[in-house]
Each structure stands twice: as C-alpha cells, then as structure tokens.
Design a protein around this ligand. Sequence first.
Ligand SMILES: Cc1cc2nc3c(=O)[nH]c(=O)nc-3n(C[C@H](O)[C@H](O)[C@H](O)COP(=O)(O)O)c2cc1C
Length: 202
Amino acid sequence: MTEAPTTVFIGISGASGAPYALRLVEVLAARGCRLSLTISDAGLRVVRHELELSGSTRDELEVEFLARAHADAVCYGPTDLEAPVASGSSAPDAVVVCPCSLSTAAHIALGTTRTLIHRAGEVALKERRPLLLVPREMPLSSVQLRRLLEAAEAGALIVAPMPAFYSRPQTVAEMIDFVVGKVISVLGFPQDLFAPWGGATE
Ligand SMILES: Cc1cc2nc3c(=O)[nH]c(=O)nc-3n(C[C@H](O)[C@H](O)[C@H](O)COP(=O)(O)O)c2cc1C
C-alpha cells in the first residue's frame, strides 16, 4: 500500500477497544481524511461503557464520541444499507473495522452481510480496496481463527491490537497509540505515534 487514503469508512463493532476507535478517528481527522462512521448496536453499548459517555440515544452518543475525538464524520446507522459506502460505485478509499468483533469478522469472511459494517467490508474486498480488521478476543477459538484466516485470504489485513513494549510505553494512552500507529501505518500514513524499533532511547 503506497498512497494514503483520502476517504475512510470506520466501523466500530461490539468488541472491547473503544479507546482505539476514538484515537483512530481523532488521528485520521487530523490528517485530513474525510470520514464516514458506523457504530453497530453492540458497539454503541461498548463505546458508551468504555469511554464513559453520558448520552442515551444513538444520536447523542455519536455527537459525544465525535466531540471527544475532535473530528467530523458522516454517521450512518448499522442497518442503513442505502448509505453510499454500501455501493462499490462510491466506495471509500479504505475501510477499517476497529474494534472488530469476531462476529463481524466472521460475517465479512463468509459474505453473510447483515449490517452496513459487513457490507462496507464486503465492498472493500470486491473492489480490492484496503480493508483493515482490528479484532479483539482472547483466547481465540479455532472457529474464530479460521474466519480471520479466510478474511485475510480474501484480502483483508488483520491488524490485531497487540501493543509491543520496545517503545517502552508508560501510560495506557501510549499503548493505544502503538496500536493506532500501526493501523495508520498499514493504511499508508507516516506514523509518529510511537518510536519505532531502533528509535527508542537506551
Ligand atoms: C461489553 C461487551 C464486550 C464485548 N467484547 C467483545 C470482544 O472483545 N470481542 C468480541 O468478538 N465480541 C465481544 N462482545 C460480543 C459482541 O458484542 C457480540 O458478538 C455482538 O453480537 C457483535 O455484534 P457486532 O459485530 O454487530 O457489533 C462484547 C459484548 C459486550 C456487551
């Protein structure tokens, strides 16, 4: 992947890891990306809990999330299959599902599209656009590992959130930045969110 994307669809599904999604949206917006966003129903519950948001409706939570991320994004509901990103004719340059539940990963791998996040992933694969899945589950069953392998074989990039320690993180924010730095690096952006191996001080 050489050219960084201008338009990015971000799907937030119902896996733990809302702080990754928040920081990713913040970082991509700061780099000038035009963002569209869908939070699944389960994702909305996780986002509300993990980010300690106060809103009670979807609209309120989306507004609060974007304000926290200092970002603008066009938000689509999880069943809005008429959204532009549902069509290859207006597909975004890249799709990132972060965090990606193993349920959503399985739907994308199997082509059993039920939601706009699944559809955006399916479109990215058929249009040969970058599709990054940031799956979180522990431990992973053989069923889940097979679905991730199938997604990777179909062209998805599996960017599992596994922070490394060679950059010597001191805070949770630094560990989040390691994962988000990896995501944007895979997308084709230069990343300055963590010190690369060899760049850390002794
Ligand atoms: C608080 C909470 C945390 C969850 N964490 C995970 C997780 O880390 N990974 C995962 O695959 N599923 C997790 N789940 C289960 C998914 O949310 C569930 O499979 C859901 O149906 C996924 O739907 P979605 O992919 O459309 O968001 C969690 C659910 C809740 C309520």
